[in-house]
Design a binder for this molecule. Structure first.
Ligand SMILES: Cc1cc2nc3c(=O)[nH]c(=O)nc-3n(C[C@H](O)[C@H](O)[C@H](O)COP(=O)(O)OP(=O)(O)OC[C@H]3O[C@@H](n4cnc5c(N)ncnc54)[C@H](O)[C@@H]3O)c2cc1C
Length: 553
């Protein structure tokens, strides 16, 4: 991608948000964007809401969601010459809050933190058994927690232009060949995916590694070195992980040369600096083409077939307080769903059950997985402090096998308490075969996740690994951080599935039963990946759109 166009796209995104605009870019107005590039100004490229609405009532390609799947799709469509309109239910983040920063600190949650909830959410629910209860104003914050009934599962999702990339730790894991071979449908070319597609996505997502010498000396990675030593005693080799956070920036943070972000307790509610979220790469490039517009605070509520062909999409435009500003219908020829595992599954299950997309098959709403995320905290002896200062972006992890020889992957993650805790936290991903489903509750109109204590296999694998670490390293389980539980097994940062590839769709995300309707996000992943999913989602979208552009456009 031409760096000038990327820079231009980044500037457009930040200027629009800074001006308080919710629509950015100019579908069908590429000439205007080109002119402003030449002139070096931004004004012509930042469309107002009214202009965008007037010019895009029927669009050729509509992409719902601006996370990894949506961002890849929009960029590649636009590079192919197809104008794209993107709809995003969350905010366009770039307007500074009262503290002069766009995103709030993880220890000072405010109205920017949570998506229409008054309770700040965290996987750590207590500290030394004292419940953590932080209230926040009700607003369109950046982190959503979707709760399955009866506390069975809390699903964390990013909200805003950039989707999950805004709140995640930016760790970019290439999934294992063996896991993909078992997981993906027959006909999925695992070798091509790993050899050609994943590296392409890694490059585009600015993947980099921590410099080993820096890691060894950093005060902020002491916790990970303590964990590495304990893991080594149980025979596990710790690896450095590819990441979209700029580790050069992190080194400068520690040197005091630049504002602190990952080293300044930022993460979870967004990073103000250092992280290359999607607005710095895929989305910036997409806007830079001049063919992509994004409407923020615009949620898709209903999808139906259009009598003229294509689809009619009902959109609710809201303000940050959740007040409905207007409801309108957009028509499109091609509809790409990229609302994430939860969002896309919800839209399609509702459409099937209410009869607006009557030919969706029974696989829609199945094979949902929590990616078997398990959180575990271990206490170290007092002579092994882990440090009050911890980088909120981790850099290390390890692979292992469980009691049955199944794959396990775990990241050594920080425990961001701001005080010494002598503790190490791991997020563990296993080959849990359990999956959940979605159902439409006709009375409330809501789509509900069915999941019930299905993480037991993942807990068994986690216990097998960490019992041995405790034994070898003299560490012990800390239950005081999970309100008495040893393993936090009802939270996931990594929802996947709901529209399984090869079942709800063909092998490239074309939805069965409805032409020119595509799923392009984590909903396609048909079960536990044993890896954080962002890279796989981006790579799947790259793979699918490459094929779709060749055949359908
Ligand atoms: C706290 C946290 C940490 C994480 N850390 C990592 C990590 O380090 N590495 C990693 O690989 N993964 C991580 N993840 C997960 C990763 O971010 C997701 O797997 C990834 O974002 C999924 O991409 P996606 O395109 O499927 O969906 P998303 O990125 O979730 O994007 C979907 C977008 O669609 C929007 N949307 C949904 N429904 C609608 C609708 N009806 N109308 C309009 N817009 C809609 C959403 O607001 C969202 O912006 C983390 C997640 C969280 C929450």
């Amino acid at each position: 991608m031409n760096p000038t166009r990327r820079q231009f796209g980044q500037q457009v995104l930040s200027t629009a948000a800074g001006l308080g605009l919710h629509t950015v870019g100019a579908t069908g107005a590429s000439a205007a964007v080109g002119r402003s590039l030449v002139a070096g100004g931004l004004a012509a490229a930042v469309a107002t809401s009214a202009e965008a609405a007037a010019t895009t009532q029927r669009v050729r390609a509509l992409v719902v969601g601006t996370g990894y799947g949506g961002a890849v799709t929009a960029l590649r469509l636009a590079q192919h010459g197809v104008p794209v309109t993107m709809l995003e239910m969350g905010q366009l983040w770039n307007k500074p809050g009262a503290d002069g920063k766009v995103f709030c600190n993880s220890l000072k949650a405010d109205e920017r933190a949570m998506w229409f909830s008054t309770q700040a959410a965290a996987v750590i629910t207590s500290f030394f058994n004292i419940p953590i209860n932080i209230k926040v104003p009700y607003s369109a914050g950046v982190l959503d927690v979707i709760r399955a009934p009866h506390g069975a599962m809390d699903v964390y999702c990013g909200r805003g232009v950039g989707g999950g990339s805004l709140v995640n730790m930016a760790i970019l894991i290439t999934p294992q060949r063996e896991v993909l071979r078992e997981l993906m449908p027959v006909g999925f070319d695992v070798d091509d995916f790993l050899r050609r597609i994943c590296p392409k996505a890694l490059t585009q997502l600015n993947a980099n590694f921590i410099r080993p010498a820096y890691f060894e000396s950093s005060a902020y990675h002491r916790y990970a070195r303590v964990n590495r030593a304990a893991l080594a005693r149980a025979g596990h080799t710790t690896d450095f992980l590819a990441c979209g956070y700029d580790f050069n920036y992190m080194e400068q943070e520690e040197a005091g040369a630049v504002p602190k972000s990952a080293l300044g307790m930022e993460g979870g509610y967004g990073n103000n600096f250092g992280k290359k979220d999607l607005t710095k790469n895929y989305l910036a490039d997409a806007i830079g083409t001049g063919l992509v517009s994004i409407r923020a605070l615009s949620a898709v509520k209903r999808i139906e077939e259009s009598p003229e062909g294509g689809y009619l999409v009902t959109v609710d435009e809201i303000n940050v307080s959740g007040v409905l500003l207007r409801r309108y219908v957009l028509a499109c020829d091609n509809l790409f769903l990229a609302g994430g595992s939860m969002g896309t599954s919800e839209m399609l299950v509702r459409a099937r059950e209410t009869g607006t997309l009557p030919r969706l098959n029974a696989a829609v709403g199945t094979q949902w997985s929590a990616n078997s995320d398990i959180f575990v905290v271990r206490g170290n002896p007092v002579w092994h402090p882990t440090g009050a200062k911890q980088s909120l972006v981790p850099a290390t992890g390890f692979r292992a096998r469980d009691q049955d020889g199944r794959h396990v992957f775990s990241m050594n993650i920080p425990l961001p308490m701001g005080v010494e805790s002598w503790a190490n936290m791991n997020i563990v991903m296993t080959q849990n075969p359990e999956t959940g489903t979605f159902r439409h509750d006709a009375a409330s109109g809501r789509v509900v996740l069915n999941w019930k204590d299905q993480n037991a296999p993942a807990v068994r694998s986690t216990k097998f690994i960490f019992d041995r670490v405790n034994q070898a390293a003299g560490t012990h389980y800390r239950t005081d951080l999970f309100s008495g539980k040893t393993f936090a097994d009802s939270t996931t940062y990594h929802p996947v599935g709901g529209c399984p590839l090869g079942k709800a769709t063909d092998l490239f995300g074309r939805v069965h039963g409805h032409e020119r309707l595509y799923v392009m996000d984590g909903a396609l992943i048909p079960g536990a990946l044993v890896a954080n999913p962002a890279l796989t989602v981006a790579a799947l979208a790259e793979r699918n759109i490459e094929h779709i552009l060749q055949r359908d456009f």
